[in-house]
Structure formats: C-alpha cells, structure tokens
Design a protein around this ligand. Structure first.
Ligand SMILES: [Zn+2]
Length: 238
C-alpha cells in the first residue's frame, strides 16, 4: 500500500509540474536560509539578497479555515510558493490546514501565539507567548520554527534577544498592501500592490491569508505580479 501511495504521489507531482508552463507566475528560485538569529526585511532590517523585480510572498495570521484554502488554491493555480507566518493558537485549532501548507511546498514560521502587541506585555509574558507558539509549531510540524514575524511588526528588545538565542530568524517585510480592512475590494488591493511594487521594486511582501478580501483577491494579485514581470522567490530554511 505504501509503495502505491508513493507512486501516486510521484505521478501527482509530475502532473502539476507539467501544468506550470510560461503562462503561470511560477517560482523563479528558492533561497535556503540558515537557521540563525538573523533578521531580514528592509522596513526594519537588512534586505534579502534579491535582484530587482524579485519578490517573496508571505502570508500572516492563519491558518484560517475560511480563507487559507482559497489562498492555497490561488498559489497552486499559479505554481507560486509562499511563506506562511502562523499564529500558534490557529495552528493548534487547524493542524491539518497548517500541515497542508507545508505539504504543498510552502514554508512556515510563527507569528506569536495569540497575536498580542508584544510591547504592551511584560518581558515574562512576551517570553511565555513565544514559548507557547514554538510548542504549537513543534507539535504540528515535528521541528522547531526557523522564523518569526512580530505581530504588528512591533519588535521588543526582550523578544529580539530571545529569538537570537534560539537561532530563529526575524522576518520583517519590505512592503505590504495594508490588507486588514473588511470592506477592501479586489481592485483596491490590486492598486495597493501595484503602488507598493512601484515604490519598492523588490522584496518581501506582507499579505494576510486570514483576511477574506485578500484571499478573494489573490488570483488577481498574482496576475498583477505576472503582468508586471515580477519573479517569485521562495524562502526555505535549512
Ligand atoms: Zn498579524
């Protein structure tokens, strides 16, 4: 039975690769980062080694049973790989969906346990949130998280030091689309993406797979990237 399952999996892999022709956005290349206490994203740290026109797709706040499957489908339809920054409590509530993200070739890090503004918590509470989110990740994936994105990008000295000690990479951003307003339409989000791309030219894009309008708009957003000639770079960790 196991052999048959492996053959079927291999065939499925071949079939999807064959569909990823030049009419798709695709994934141009993969950068494999070391597991170390580094920090990336030019908004707060040093930029990733990207060429002009290269972007990294990242999605925060999931997994969301309502919206993440739409995001996974849009990415799969365009053969594009992304990195998901998961909230610990959402991992625990949706372990299968979290595993599905990784089994479909995406990478995953954590984005706190309960999405607090860590700056409003005591150092002990910050470290407790980190501990819980790392445990939630490890329980589902069997390995330590390689990366962390701060909720609201609100960094604290306590957390930066703890992440460094734990060899967890801080993943900040280069650009976003401010996708948190429930009334946002696909056209509005597409325009914000175009504006951000024109301004930044390359880098890590922050989006939210837990946000309904983003999930709905993603096919259009990926088409914007393709039409403007941007190349997707996928982040993975050793
Ligand atoms: Zn968030």
């Amino acid at each position: 039975m196991k052999a048959i399952a492996l053959i079927l999996a291999a065939l499925a892999g071949t079939a999807s690769a064959a569909d990823c022709g030049p009419d798709k956005l695709n994934t141009e290349r993969t950068i494999i980062l070391k597991r170390e206490g580094a920090a990336y994203g030019a908004l707060q740290h040093s930029a990733l080694p990207l060429k002009k026109g290269e972007v990294v797709l990242t999605f925060d706040d999931g997994p969301s049973p309502e919206n993440t499957p739409l995001v996974l489908k849009a990415l799969s339809d365009q053969c594009a790989k992304a990195t998901f920054f998961l909230v610990g409590q959402n991992i625990t509530q949706n372990p299968e969906l979290a595993r599905r993200e990784v089994s479909e070739g995406h990478s995953a890090g954590i984005h706190s346990d309960t999405h607090p503004n860590l700056g409003s918590l005591s150092p002990e509470q910050q470290l407790e949130d980190l501990k819980r989110s790392r445990a939630a990740y490890k329980a589902v994936f069997g390995v330590e998280t390689p990366a962390y994105r701060f909720p609201f990008l609100a960094e604290t000295p306590t957390m930066l030091e703890a992440l460094k000690q734990a060899n967890i990479t801080v993943a900040s951003i280069d650009m976003g689309i401010n996708d948190w307003i429930p009334e946002d339409t696909t056209a509005i989000l597409a325009q914000r993406l175009k504006d951000s791309l024109d301004k930044s030219g390359s880098g890590i894009i922050l989006m939210h797979d837990a946000n309904g309008p983003t999930a709905k708009a993603l096919p259009t957003l990926l088409q914007v990237l393709k039409d403007k000639g941007y190349k997707v770079v996928h982040l993975e960790w050793q």
